[in-house]
Design a protein around this ligand. Sequence first.
Ligand code: SAH
Length: 216
Amino acid sequence: MFQDGYREQGLRKQLAKKLKEKGISDTKVLDAIASVPRHVFLDKAFLEQAYQDKAFPIGEGQTISQPYTVAFQTQLLEVGKDTKVLEIGTGSGYQACVLSHLKVKLYTIEYNKALYNKTSNFLRSAGLTKINFFFGDGSLGLPSFAPFDRIIVTAGAPSIPEKLIHQLVIGGKLVIPVGDDKNQMMLRITRISENEFQREEFGAFKFVPLLGKDGW
Ligand code: SAH
């Protein structure tokens, strides 16, 4: 279990309130933000920072995404209990914990070996034993466990990886930031039929690059 206390809980409630003011409307997502500890992913010295709406370095040159971005992508994903979700870019594991709080069936893949080891060990030892962790190139998806109801990419891609949209069920959705190294457009791709896809755009964001064969 995570170390947690009233102070942390109070800071989280304030964070959820702030995200609501910024336009996050899904109450389940706001509840997840108010419930999932974020300070446990940062060094103890950074308690206040943990509950500010900011990205933060987590080592290996990577960042824990900004809470607003996590909430925004989670809201776009439209998940419920037992939704089968693939997350690409496990990173710190914070987004994975938010999704777990929403009771999805989670598969998460990370391309950086050190981060994969660190995060999978940390979350398993914290009791999040239902999350399925994988090490590898998520730009190719996770073919042996496909299809998925939802795929969330938490790194910026140069284009929509072909293999990902084909690992969606019909009616499935992919949420992915696509663009150059400066900023990316948040896209939601819905698989309408075997070969038809609908594309929606949701504004500009900034992510670390999606590496790998179908990434940068
Ligand atoms: N979801 C994370 C965000 C981490 S930042 C969180 O909540 O903290 C993006 C992560 O994507 C980094 O950890 C990076 O190593 C990883 N990544 C980049 N390219 C990848 C790829 N092809 N497959 C899997 N992970 C990748």
